[in-house]
Design a protein. Structure first.
Length: 437
């Protein structure tokens, strides 16, 4: 593997792509430490130190922004508006016929959908930036901090507008940086920025485990967490690579004096067809009642129940709802992202068939049957990966959004595998051995 890395840097054009990607990453990390105008930086740092890992409701979003959200920096919103916009457009493609028609138009339609995604990203950034500024002004961003109300000392409307504009512009710059990596770097720009955001929180989170530990100065807990993390990463790699290959044969056709078809291929159906999206959906849905309770005044019974049952990640009711929502969204996302009828029609159009299955409707029913069968273990796997590390790490004093938790492991492993495969394919185009032998 080290030889493959050396060969990658010895190849001039691939070396330029890797260095360009590293440069963009440096720019992105610098932007996560530049505070926006109108924020008292000393008060923010004092509140962050008092939080010390207990980031509450905004922990997951803060993790996706690489710790920039709670610092209220230029890149505070990070990549989350773009991710949300992409998911919304993907869901609307199934509902709105116009978007579905654009998706089928190929590269031109995809470019149009990408443009819609950019517009929606800016709109969501304005909305989320306004919410973040309002939360910071009210002092609810750091509940329990003594100087939380002093984070935004100037309450003028002009200052608020400037803060929202700065965060929205930062989101646009992040989106542009991701597209630069996709076009001129090694590809997968948005995913790489998400990977860097999560990986940036590793050192501080691991050191917090060590400092809060009691056994051998915290080194026992530190080593245990590292070992659990490596085991979970190995398990995720194994399952993410698992797939059910459905064989497909194409009939031989004679056109003039040439014969076409007669080849055999397969349809790869991954065990985890939905990826990390069900986990993000479930987390976002569970954040809604907690967010409503946080901004509501008074001490009503429903607010007390939500704060005691749906805010802490280790409560049995929260764990049960989280697991069930992950399973539900896994089936929901697979149902809207993979259409057995469309696949069966395309196979029939080009003379393809599954051995032993008639073309047309029987093929669609067979694909749906197989997809449901493999989605069950995939959804249960997602639920367990999201919950088991979290529950285990809470016992060591980590918060529920610790980097070795389920969401971050799935993203880091998925993006890492995809990036390695892209570099490997470029190496193999030059007759070099890749990373995966």
């Amino acid at each position: 593997m080290l030889t493959a890395f050396a060969r990658a840097f010895k190849t001039p054009d691939l070396r330029k792509k890797l260095l360009f990607t590293l440069g963009i990453i440096v720019v992105y990390r610098v932007g996560t430490h530049i505070p926006i105008p109108g924020v008292d930086y000393k008060s923010v740092q004092e509140c962050v130190d008092q939080a010390s890992g207990n980031q509450g409701l905004f922990g997951l979003v803060n993790m996706f922004s690489g710790g920039a959200l709670l610092q209220i920096t230029v890149f505070a919103l990070g990549i989350m508006p773009y991710i949300t916009a992409s998911i919304i457009l993907q869901l609307l493609t199934v509902v709105i016929p116009r978007l579905e028609a654009l998706k089928k138009e190929g590269q031109t339609g995809t470019a149009k959908i990408t443009q819609y995604t950019r517009y929606l990203t800016i709109a969501l950034a304005i909305l989320q930036g306004t919410g973040l500024v309002a939360t910071a002004r009210s002092g609810a961003l750091f509940s329990g901090c003594t100087v939380a109300s002093q984070i935004v000392p100037d309450r003028a409307i002009f200052t608020t507008i400037v803060m929202v504009i700065c965060m929205t512009a930062g989101t646009a710059v992040v989106m542009w940086l991701g597209e630069l990596i996709t076009d001129r770097g090694i590809g997968n720009g948005m995913s790489i920025l998400m990977f860097i955001s999560i990986a940036a929180t590793f050192p501080s989170a691991l050191w917090a485990i060590k400092t809060q530990g009691d056994l051998a100065g915290g080194w026992i807990e530190f080593g245990t967490v590292i070992a659990v993390g490596l085991v979970m990463v190995g398990l995720v790699v194994f399952v993410e690579q698992a797939q059910r290959r459905i064989p497909v044969q194409y009939a031989k056709r004679m056109i003039g004096r040439r014969s076409y078809g007669g080849t055999s291929t397969y349809i790869p159906l991954k065990v985890n067809q939905a990826g990390v999206i069900p986990v993000i959906f479930a987390s976002s849905l569970l954040y809604i009642p907690a967010l409503i309770a946080q901004f509501s005044s008074g001490t009503s019974g429903w607010k007390t129940w939500i704060e005691s049952h749906l805010v802490t990640g280790n409560h049995p009711i929260y764990v049960t709802l989280y697991f069930l929502l992950i399973v539900f969204f896994a089936f929901f996302y697979v149902a809207i992202s993979f259409n057995p009828e469309e696949v069966a029609d395309n196979m029939k159009k080009y003379g393809g068939f599954i051995p032993g299955i008639r073309a047309g409707r029987p093929t669609a029913e067979y694909l749906g049957y197989v997809l449901n069968r493999i989605t069950w273990p995939g959804s249960l796997y997602l639920g367990l990966i999201a919950l088991v590390p979290t529950m285990a790490l809470v016992g060591f004093g980590a918060n529920q959004n610790f980097p070795f938790g389920g969401t971050s492991i799935l993203i880091i492993v998925g993006v890492g595998l995809e990036t390695v495969k892209q570099i490997e394919s470029q190496l193999q185009q030059r007759n070099y051995e890749g990373f995966l032998r």
